[in-house]
Design a protein around this ligand. Structure first.
Ligand code: HEM
Length: 336
């Protein structure tokens, strides 16, 4: 977590800071020790895909207008982007394949390449998994961290979180997977953040396999269906009169988890296509937040108060804060 060092007392664009750290963690587990040389290539793939995901295409609403893609040049641009992404992935993979045996290590890419050598995967499947890791795994944890820190504008929540994190750090001297288990309130904060601000508010689209009836509406077979996780998370039928408020306590002593078996709470989706990076993603968010809260006090910049902090949402590749969260870190020595 060295890259999380902050300049005392100056304004910090939190998501930018956290993004770089998480990109490093994710690409290290995907690409191993050599990830540093690949970071730029990985980021270029991420940029290309997320820029294309930001576009709204008319034929998503009117599928019979697909010809519009051809005459407006969208089809051509999409093919060009795919070729470019493919080339970058090819270069990353060739770099890994060219490694001497003693250089090989236990990262996702080398595991996938071993499977490919044994005939269990094709090269296109290897590329597809790596692309999934980059596109689905890099943006979601930083977005969650930014929203969690913004919601902790409530001093009661912030104080309680800092107290818990610092107490645990004092008794252990570090954070690892076992120590994170003790951070019950922090875990509740993350759950509450994902309830109000799910980074993927519509999950992956589903296709209706047979005609069905929902609340009097007939949904024909083959219809693309989007599940509105965001609206479900704010529905007062499930969350009561405080549905719109940030109250982490609702998750203390609650059986609701991330596994998609409580349909009122599905920030990681559910069923066959539930997020495969769930455990990894939650661990990253917990680890980064624990460190931020342990080693720093946080203030809003001059002129901003918890009432005026802009919490407007913005749909990009994930559901982000429209205006990045700017905070002022004050170093805190939690050992003394
Ligand atoms: C806070 C962090 C994260 C959140 C909230 C999140 C959320 C989601 C959601 C809602 C889906 C769609 C699930 C569905 O439609 O049922 C998804 C899919 C996916 N996620 Fe995550 N995710 C997170 C982190 C990660 C990480 C760290 C990785 C990789 C290391 C990852 C990899 C994936 C992949 C590959 C898919 C696509 C699965 C498929 O299409 O079958 N996610 N994620």
């Amino acid at each position: 977590m060295k890259s999380l060092s902050m300049e005392e007392g100056s304004c910090v664009n939190l998501i930018e800071k956290v993004f770089a750290t998480i990109c490093g963690i994710s690409s290290k587990s995907a690409f191993g020790r050599k990830h540093k040389g690949q970071l730029e290539a990985i980021m270029s793939v991420f940029e290309m895909i997320s820029n294309s995901a930001k576009q709204v295409y008319v034929c998503q609403l009117f599928p019979s207008w697909k010809w519009l893609h051809v005459i407006t040049g969208i089809s051509r641009r999409t093919h060009e982007m795919c070729r470019e992404v493919d080339l970058v992935l090819e270069n990353i993979i060739n770099g890994e394949e060219g490694k001497e045996e003693e250089e090989e290590e236990n990262c996702l890419l080398s595991t996938l390449l071993n499977m490919k050598d044994q005939g269990d995967l094709t090269i296109n499947q290897v590329k597809a998994v790596m692309l999934d890791m980059i596109t689905a795994g890099i943006d979601t944890p930083p977005t969650t961290i930014e929203w969690a820190m913004a919601e902790m504008k409530n001093p009661r929540v912030m104080e309680k979180a800092k107290e818990e994190v610092r107490q645990v750090f004092r008794s252990k001297g570090y954070f690892n997977e076992n120590v994170l288990e003790k951070l019950k309130y922090l875990k509740a904060i993350i759950k509450e953040t994902l309830r109000l601000h799910p980074p993927a508010p519509f999950m992956a689209p589903r296709e209706c396999s047979q005609i069905c009836d929902i609340s009097g509406y007939t949904i024909p077979a083959g219809t693309q269906v989007l599940v509105n996780v965001w609206a479900i998370g704010r529905d007062s039928n499930y969350w009561g009169t405080s549905a719109e408020e940030f109250v982490p306590e609702r998750f203390l002593n609650s059986p609701i988890d991330y596994k998609g078996s409580y349909f009122e709470y599905i920030p990681f989706g559910f069923g066959k296509r539930i997020c495969p990076g769930m455990l990894f993603g939650v661990a990253i968010v917990e680890l980064v937040l624990a460190n931020l809260l342990c080693h720093f006090d946080w203030e809003l910049p001059c002129g901003t108060t918890s009432q005026t902090l802009d919490m407007t949402e913005y749909i990009s590749s994930t559901l982000r804060m429209k205006n990045n969260l700017i905070l002022v870190p004050i170093s805190y020595n939690c050992v003394t």
